[in-house]
Design a protein around this ligand. Structure first.
Ligand code: AMP
Ligand code: ZN
Length: 476
């Protein structure tokens, strides 16, 4: 490929080496990315989506810079235990099926469809392959068999465990030593393991289990970690350039994946491990178990189009925590509106006439490319977009052409008209009144709550009380 020498160097933070390093794809110019996908037993929340969004920006950035990308994102439709650390508890899929009175397959299909719709709503591009764990059980059994053969795994009564003491590198990703991990285990939960840190590759199926497969160790089902090893090897081969996930996947999920894949193959498999930080709500991690989840589909009734969330996510670096607040969303909405206004100038000249390789356009493109190649510095990339939006040295049509070009990475739907008419932002001070009204209602002080409702109405904000709390709407 003649254009290869021109591919700009990309630097990414590698969780494994704890430093920023150059991306050096195994096949020059072509990058294989594996992203740990959702467990489809419930709706994805915007925290989950933040981690998928960062992988989408990574893929778009590499394509923008001229790399050819193969992106694989799995769908976990079996075997994700409730308590991953101890490999105990029930399978989340089966539990959801029981609660909702459906088969595990119906549950998986329903939540997979919902997740794909949520991803589309925030312009996450479909990846090249969406492997489902249930389609790869044969590969998982084969990998488990190889690990047993290599002396890295052992069977106890139909369940196969990985023997961490046989893999000297265990702990290299999370930076933990086996002795420390063992010391953390005060209570021995499963007595048939040789070491409390050993984890299940294959589990024996109980009598009532619905999802089970025959194997050399009897009927059973795969553990969550072996699923990602098997699917990444199946679709990307023995060398995976980049593997992404949320920060909580680092341990034990990715530590175990390294042990399995590298244990079976005898060499390094993943070059760069990338982990996205959490989205928080009032400083608590957004999680179903914490009861503080928001879905993409909840955003419109809060007055925001879903892409405002994408904009919000881009304002923070993927390795920084991001707090989801109404104020931050209002700021994101106005930032998005500003970029869209610049993409819709009164002057309707055609962007096709603009030569992006000429100055001063080329210099702006270079700044944008430098930002995304620098460990995905999306806040800087957005700042370049805003600089373009108000640049004196550019014609309106040139600003538009540049912003549409940047939108290949940003994915903000900048070709959509700005929402001037439907300005959904709340006026200054309204947030504070809503907070006070929420507190008044909680303490059943209805006189104060009514007075605050009137004050809000005077500002042009109507409040509806719902089972989920107050829903403000700005009158137009
Ligand atoms: P799950 O469907 O539970 O396997 O989660 C899907 C992805 O979402 C994983 O990569 C998690 O690390 C990630 N994740 C879960 N909660 C959050 C959060 N609050 N913020 C960002 N990512 C999250
Ligand atoms: Zn995974």
């Amino acid at each position: 490929m003649s254009e290869l020498p021109d591919l700009p160097p990309v630097r990414l933070y590698n969780s494994l080496t704890r430093g920023v390093e150059p991306l050096e794809p195994h096949a020059p110019g072509r990058v294989g990315i594996y992203t740990c996908g959702p467990t489809v037993y419930r709706y994805a929340h915007i925290g989950n989506l933040r981690s998928f969004l960062f992988a989408d920006v990574l893929r778009r950035a590499l394509e923008y810079l001229g790399y050819e990308v193969k992106h694989v994102k799995n769908i976990t439709d079996v075997g994700h235990m409730r308590d991953d650390t101890f490999d105990t508890g029930e399978d989340r899929m089966e539990l959801a099926a029981e609660v909702e009175g459906k088969t595990p397959e119906e549950i998986a299909q329903f939540y997979t469809d919902a997740w794909l719709e949520d991803e589309a709503a925030i312009n996450i591009l479909p990846v090249d392959v969406f492997p489902r764990a249930t389609e790869h059980v044969g590969d998982m059994i084969e990998l488990t068999r190889q690990l047993v053969e290599r002396g890295l795994a052992y069977e106890v009564d139909g369940t196969v465990y990985f023997d961490v003491s046989a893999f000297p590198d265990y702990g290299k990703l999370s930076g933990q030593r086996l002795e420390q991990m063992r010391a953390g285990h005060r209570v021995e939960v499963e007595s048939d393991k040789r070491d409390p840190e050993d984890f299940a590759l294959w589990k024996r199926a109980g009598a009532s289990r619905l999802m089970k497969w025959p194997s050399p160790w009897g009927d059973g089902f795969p553990g969550w970690h072996i699923e990602c090893s098997a699917m990444s090897l199946a679709h990307l081969g023995e060398h995976v350039d980049i593997h992404t996930g949320g920060i909580d996947n680092k341990f034990p999920h990715h530590e175990d994946e390294i042990a399995q894949s590298e244990g079976a193959l005898g060499h390094r498999v993943v070059s760069i491990w990338m982990h996205g930080e959490f989205l928080t709500l009032g400083d608590a991690k957004m999680a179903k178990s914490a009861g503080n989840i928001i879905r993409v589909t909840d955003l419109p009734e809060k007055g925001f189009e879903p892409l405002v969330f994408r904009y919000l996510a881009l304002t923070a670096h993927y390795r920084s925590k991001l707090d989801f607040t109404a104020d931050a969303m209002h700021a994101a909405a106005s930032g998005l509106r500003r970029l869209r206004r610049a993409t819709h100038p009164d002057d309707t000249s055609e962007v096709e006439g603009v030569e992006l390789s000429e100055e001063p356009m080329a210099a702006y493109r270079q700044r944008f490319a430098d930002a995304i190649a620098d460990d995905l510095a999306t806040p800087t990339a957005l700042a370049v977009a805003h600089a373009v939006a108000s640049a004196d040295d550019l014609e309106p049509v040139e600003r538009k052409a540049l912003l549409l070009d940047f939108d290949r990475v940003l994915g903000l739907g900048l070709d959509e008209p700005p929402d001037d008419e439907a300005d959904v932002g709340l006026p200054p001070g309204a947030e504070e009144l809503l907070k006070r009204r929420g507190a008044a209602r909680a303490s059943k002080d209805f006189a104060t709550s009514d007075a605050l409702r009137d004050e809000l109405a005077a500002m042009g904000v109507d409040v509806r009380d719902t089972a989920d709390g107050q829903v403000p709407a700005r009158r137009h």
